[in-house]
Design a protein around this ligand. Structure first.
Ligand SMILES: Cc1ncc(COP(=O)(O)O)c(C=O)c1O
Length: 440
């Protein structure tokens, strides 16, 4: 593929942007400058078209530039809403009501601009609510970029050692420059291991356990049967605030979040990404008595939430339109996403079997990941020990050369949108077959 324009744009932006792009986690090979997104497709600066399964790290559930969402945003702009930043607006109230109506466990919500802000607020609320300090996170989970949670996602095993059960992993920071004692109250455990959680709750005065209900930053690592219910039970028993980070799972799998599928209600939930179909929104919600700490009469108990752009009119309009569409057409949309997911899963499995590639396809609805190992992983250690990372990277890069965009970083989740078609999936499978022929 010719990518001359992409290379020129990267060279230009490197003069002023460290790395040549915003958010250094986007700095991958091949370097591509994207200029347009519509429906299931992305176009780069050289006019190459890609079927997009990366979806900008997953927000575009309805596809790029969904006409209903874009229409609502355009209308909001034409109406001249420049109201965020003063008092309240009908739109933020409406977005809050809609979100509470969608997710049964939410009694009250607040909005910020990103998932990271929302997880930050979840930690603060939990500490204020319980009067405790310690937090529990999962090895292989991602909950944002701030100090206490920016750790232990795709950590090399040399750094964390073998799997521990009644114990915790060393804190593996994802950044320099964190507060030197950022890890002091953070405990990193194995996902899918209730014994580890019980150990942590016995050992520390834990304020909250925060976890993605499915680990979707290392592909699609599902909870074992009973795991999420077990977390609920342990959190209730030990008075720990259970926080589900549904920034990736929320709305992608169901309007009620993955919690509605699992039948487990956390105390607090964090959303982002798909709830505004790609507009910058983070939300936190849950039990009213915890959320009301944002307005606690006692200033010593009151939790600060602030942000100039919180509740921005364009973003609220996008969220309202996204939720409206998903409520109106949810049965059709989620049914279709499941069918397309099943089509790609079956097609990939058939191809891997035919070409003798040891692989497993893990999937929940429209989120999928091909692992080059012989079973669906149960945690990060399982992946780190068994997955063929080198093959995964070559596979992804070869697909990109054939116009199928998976993020070129091993184990990153694939996301199908409502704008994808059976033909897109069929074309993807054709490209996959070409890639397997080339790589095997
Ligand atoms: C599960 C999860 N939580 C939190 C975040 C942080 O969200 P944001 O990038 O909007 O700050 C992400 C982002 O990828 C995520 O996947």
């Amino acid at each position: 593929m010719n990518r001359t324009q992409s290379a020129e744009l990267f060279a230009y932006s490197r003069r002023y942007l460290p790395g040549g792009c915003v958010s250094i986690n986007r700095l991958v090979e091949p370097e591509i400058a994207f200029v347009r997104g519509r429906g299931a497709y992305l176009w780069d600066a050289d006019g190459n078209r890609y079927i997009d399964y990366h979806a900008g790290f997953a927000p575009y559930l309805l596809g790029h530039a969904d006409p209903d969402v874009e229409g609502a945003v355009r209308h909001a702009m034409e109406e001249g809403w420049t109201l965020a930043g003063s008092g309240t607006t009908p739109w933020e109230a409406r977005a809050a009501e809609d979100l509470c109506a969608c997710v049964p466990g939410l009694e009250k919500v607040q909005f910020a601009n990103t998932g990271s802000e929302a997880t930050y607020h979840a930690l603060r609320l939990s500490r204020a609510w319980t009067g405790r300090r310690h937090i529990v996170v999962m090895q292989g989970g991602y909950n944002g970029w701030h100090d206490e949670v920016a750790c232990n996602v795709m950590t090399p095993l040399e750094q964390i050692g073998p799997r521990v059960s009644r114990g915790e992993y060393p804190f593996a920071p994802m950044s320099a420059g964190m507060a030197p004692d950022a890890s002091r109250y953070v405990h990193v455990l194995s996902f899918n291991d209730l014994g580890a959680v019980e150990w942590a709750f016995e050992t520390y005065d834990v304020a909250c356990l925060i976890t993605e209900p499915i680990l979707q930053n290392i592909g699609v690592v599902k909870p074992l049967p009973g795991y999420l219910a077990g977390l609920r039970e342990l959190c209730t028993r030990y008075g720990v605030t259970l926080v589900f980070d549904e920034v990736k799972t929320g709305f992608r799998h169901a309007l009620g979040g993955y919690q509605s599928i699992a039948g487990v209600t956390p105390d607090l939930t964090v959303f982002g990404k798909a709830i505004a179909n790609g507009y910058p929104l983070g939300a936190i919600g849950g039990r009213a008595e915890i959320m009301d700490l944002f307005i606690a009469p006692d200033p010593k108990r009151r939790v600060l939430i602030a942000g100039t752009y919180n509740g921005h009119h364009m973003v609220m309009a996008a969220a309202i339109a996204t939720m409206e569409k998903l409520r109106r057409e949810g049965a059709e949309i989620y049914g279709r996403l499941e069918r397309l997911g099943a089509q790609i899963e079956a097609g990939l499995k058939e191809l891997f079997a035919r070409y003798g590639v040891g692989a497993t396809v893990a999937r929940q609805g429209s989120a999928f990941c091909a692992y080059f190992m012989d079973h669906a992983p149960r945690d990060w250690h399982d992946i780190a020990e068994n997955h063929d990372f080198d093959f995964d990277l070559r596979y992804r890069r070869a697909l990109i050369e054939r116009g199928v965009y998976h993020f070129p970083l091993p184990t990153k989740q694939g996301s199908i949108s409502a704008a994808h078609t059976e033909e897109d999936i069929a074309r993807t499978l054709e490209a996959t077959e070409e890639v397997l022929r080339e790589l095997i």
